[in-house]
Design a protein around this ligand. Sequence first.
Ligand SMILES: Nc1ncnc2c1ncn2[C@@H]1O[C@H](COP(=O)(O)OP(=O)(O)O)[C@@H](O)[C@H]1O
Ligand SMILES: [Mg+2]
Length: 373
Amino acid sequence: MLTQLQIHNVRNLEQVTLQGLARINIFFGANGSGKTSILEAVHMLGMAKSFRPGATRTLVTHGRQDCTVYGVAAEGGTRSRIPVAVRRSMAGEVQIKLGGQVVRSVAELVEQLPLQVLNAASFELLTGSPAARRQFLNWGVFHVEHRFFAEWQRFQRCLKQRNKLLRHGKLDHSELTVWTRELADSGDRIHEFRLQYFEMLAPSFRAIMSRLAPSLQELELRYRKGWEKSLSYREALEAGLPADVEQGYTHIGPQRADLKVTSSGYSAAETLSRGQQKLVVCGLKLAQGRLIAGPRQGSCVYLVDDLPAELDQRHCALVCEALAELESQVFITCVAKTDLEAMWPPGTKPALFHVEQGSLSEALGGEPAALPG
Ligand SMILES: Nc1ncnc2c1ncn2[C@@H]1O[C@H](COP(=O)(O)OP(=O)(O)O)[C@@H](O)[C@H]1O
Ligand SMILES: [Mg+2]
């Protein structure tokens, strides 16, 4: 959990210090005050980039050269405090420091501070291309299965090599056989890791949805591995070889996997109302957070932008309850203080922050949490 944050030159937040962060942190304020920017800053700390794809350059305050976010992460149950710092420049340089040491790989950072984002773009998970769902699936597998990342890198390498061979007209069949075998082996492992994870995810999702939206009775989550169900990847690659050769790339495999949500047998993306879709997306992300919460992995931090949009009060409160029950830290935004203040189960004391033109003040009790610089 993050106990402190310092934000420097992230969008309209030129200099913001946040101390005394609680488990649940509510940021409220008018349009354009900087609420989403706070979430962006936390995202940069956990992922070294913006949550808007390709928007990293606009993360830096106009007219400035770089932005920095510094945080202190407290490990659950222990007294250890880990400083985390991420700096990004307009020129594209990224510097990450964990516990005072420079780290080269974003994966290390991601492992330290797993994030879940719930915002307007999260609808993509249901209505967007399969790539968004694969990314979601991979994120979960990455956090529960340590061997996944290396296997995923191996798979990408094999796929690239095999596609390169297929693209070049004159095929060296013996080389193609070698790469196909490697790819098949790696692809089957990727599938096994994903399947194991999915078999935990699906019941967790069902349980959460029965609380968030009991009226959506026959909600089902399914996993498609990316090739013919009954075949091993090697068999499927053999069967698909003529098509691969003709078109010059590998058609099937884990790179084509997908998740499908149906409601009473119909595609959730095509039938559910916008509000119901939002609940399903919340359900997926909550289910995932629940799975990675454990003594080994720690728990993830939720960044929830404008939860009340599209949700009625009752459903909003149900999502808040579910969020509060996870051993997670939550950064959540809304326009008016009253939108989210009373949504939490008894015993939960959210910290409230008023965001005004790029600076923050604590809205209830205690010492001022932040001073505009
Ligand atoms: N790179 C930037 N530099 C300076 N200001 C920015 C930058 N990007 C966005 N802004 C401004 O920051 C303000 C806060 O944006 P945002 O955090 O999205 O507001 P909201 O509180 O509605 O979520 C907006 O007025 C926006 O125009
Ligand atoms: Mg916003």
